[in-house]
Design a protein around this ligand. Structure first.
Ligand SMILES: Cc1cc2nc3c(=O)[nH]c(=O)nc-3n(C[C@H](O)[C@H](O)[C@H](O)COP(=O)(O)OP(=O)(O)OC[C@H]3O[C@@H](n4cnc5c(N)ncnc54)[C@H](O)[C@@H]3O)c2cc1C
Length: 508
């Protein structure tokens, strides 16, 4: 089997990882008769679909061409959050003086050691996604190789033909190649190889100020790189509320990340060891000099080579495999889940969609993806977490909306933690306590958003949160304070008059 380079550096941790997620010498099994489910792609969506189906008694085959665990384990959530954590530690040591803690020696950052720690944690996590676990413990036929359709009910891998009743396309997405003149010759990093680094680039140019670009820029800056983000929009995190993005932007500037906004990239050039990006900004041409370029300009679905035509499966090069609300493709026997078909490109959505896929594909379920409540979080410092609608979404749909915001400067625990830059915000259907959406900007916003996600999923209004006792002092109290603020909006002059008349009567 021809293989692309699996992972660098080849140290003990990556050897453990590879031994788990793509063991050398693995012998593919002989195909069983007809499978209940053949899954192509062993990332989050594929692993959850395969494990869930096998757990319910289905005969399952799983095909992975590269590394089990997919992007999340190998080149996404896991390594990025390892690096983010190291950056946070470096930042906290430097910021400790504000709390009266002084380090006698100059703080030095060991990027190589931080990356080694990340690799060691990742190697430990990888046993959960291992070929051995899926094969021996879960009883799934695991095939390492590239799967492609050769008919409406069959897939070929490694010269073997797998016949299925149902199939699941879970092939994920990859970093979109930027259409920038010169970029291929200059060379650039993506999420696929940036976590292979063992030394931080002195000057890092990051193309794209979305979630991945922001998380990695801040982490690299905190780990000692001189980082510049180049972004075509006028601000970072353009999907988020402007004031939320502004808080992150200011935090990044304090971390010495330089921002080149409203920039049009003209070309890139390699000059000796330098990798330069030439941009046009406000009518002026600027040359930005770097040692490495990291590209994070979005994701492209992995559909090449699947031979979808052979199975009658419709797709779009940008949006991926076309599915209906129940994840069924144009071939009724084939379903899809995860980044390959969803605009919500998150591990937790890949997981949620895979569960819907099992119910609908194997058990005639009627579950709909449109009924999912999807939160997400950008793991900058502070984090930005969101669920449901933004105010603009409500306006676009003609829904009257009441937006309430509690700044963390009003939350005791945030004051004590020295983390006052941020807010908790909720959008309510006007005249009710029904939560339409929420945004939290806080150091641990990702940990806090689930309370609001639960409320939306379960149909609890904000008043139910208001009746819930929150421990003092916590930053989550901000959410309870939103409910208090909502209750105050109900205290109209008329209600106030009634109450004071009642109390006056009581005194009489
Ligand atoms: C830097 C970065 C950080 C991220 N951080 C977060 C985060 O913090 N939280 C979060 O929720 N999400 C995060 N994500 C997104 C998350 O990683 C993805 O949404 C998730 O991995 C999608 O899972 P998936 O199963 O759909 O696809 P993938 O994980 O991409 O898995 C698809 C698998 O299919 C295999 N494959 C493709 N084609 C074939 C074929 N023809 N035959 C066999 N196998 C094939 C691939 O090799 C791959 O292993 C991050 C992404 C990046 C890039």
């Amino acid at each position: 089997m021809e293989q692309k380079l699996l992972m660098l550096p080849q140290d003990e941790y990556n050897r453990t990882l590879i031994n788990n997620v793509h063991p050398t010498g693995w012998k593919n099994p002989e195909p069983a008769g007809c499978y209940n489910l053949v899954v192509i792609g062993g990332g989050t969506a594929g692993l959850v679909a395969a494990a869930g189906a096998a757990g319910l008694g289905a005969k399952v085959a799983l095909i992975e061409q590269h590394l089990m665990g997919g992007d999340c384990l190998n080149a996404g959530c896991v390594p990025s959050k390892g690096l983010v954590r190291a950056g946070r530690a470096a930042h906290d040591v430097k910021a400790a003086a504000a709390f009266g803690i002084h380090c006698s020696a100059k703080v030095s950052v060991d990027f190589g050691a931080a990356m080694e720690r990340m690799r060691s944690v990742r190697a430990g996590i990888s046993s959960h996604d291992s070929v051995q676990r899926f094969s021996n413990e879960l009883g799934i036929d695991v095939f390492l190789g590239t799967g492609k359709f050769i008919g409406r009910d069959r897939i070929e891998v490694d010269g073997k033909v797998l016949v299925f009743k149902k199939a699941a396309i879970c092939t994920g997405a990859r970093a979109a190649a930027p259409p920038i003149p010169g970029i291929e010759d200059t060379g650039y990093l993506t999420n696929e190889n940036v976590f292979w680094l063992t030394a931080a680039p002195a000057r890092l140019l990051v193309i794209g100020g979305g979630p991945v670009g922001c998380e990695l820029s801040q982490a690299f800056a905190r780990m000692g790189s001189d980082v510049t983000i180049i972004e075509t929009a006028g601000r970072l995190l353009s999907r988020e509320d402007a004031d939320a993005a502004e808080i992150v932007q200011q935090s990044m500037l304090r971390d010495t990340v330089q921002l080149v906004l409203n920039a049009k990239i003209i070309r890139t050039e390699k000059r000796g060891v330098e990798k330069n990006v030439i941009v046009e900004q406000q009518g002026m041409t600027r040359e930005l000099v770097g040692d490495e370029i990291l590209v994070s300009v979005g994701r492209a679905p992995n559909i090449d080579g699947l031979n979808l035509e052979a199975a009658g499966i419709a797709y779009d090069a940008q949006r991926g495999v076309a599915v209906n609300d129940r994840l069924q493709t144009s071939n009724p026997s084939v379903y899809a889940a995860g980044d390959v078909c969803s605009s919500y490109k998150f591990t937790h959505t890949a997981d949620a969609l895979a569960r819907i896929l099992i119910a609908n594909a194997l058990f005639k379920g009627r579950q709909k993806t449109s009924s999912l409540v999807v939160p997400w979080c950008t793991y900058t410092d502070p984090e930005v977490a969101h669920v449901g609608m933004y105010e603009k979404d409500a306006h676009d749909r003609g829904i009257p909306v009441l937006t309430l915001t509690i700044p963390f400067a009003d939350v005791d625990r945030a004051l004590l933690d020295g983390e006052v830059e941020g807010f908790a915000r909720v959008h309510l259907r006007k005249g009710t306590d029904k939560i339409l959406g929420a945004t939290i900007v806080a150091r641990h916003a990702g940990e806090m958003i689930s309370e609001l996600s639960l409320a939306i999923t379960a149909g609890f209004g904000l008043s139910a949160i208001g009746r819930t006792i929150h421990p003092y002092p916590t930053q989550a109290e901000s959410i309870k304070k939103l409910a208090d603020q909502y209750n105050r909006t109900r205290l109209t002059p008329f209600v106030k008059k009634l109450l004071s008349a009642w109390l006056k009567w009581q005194r009489a």
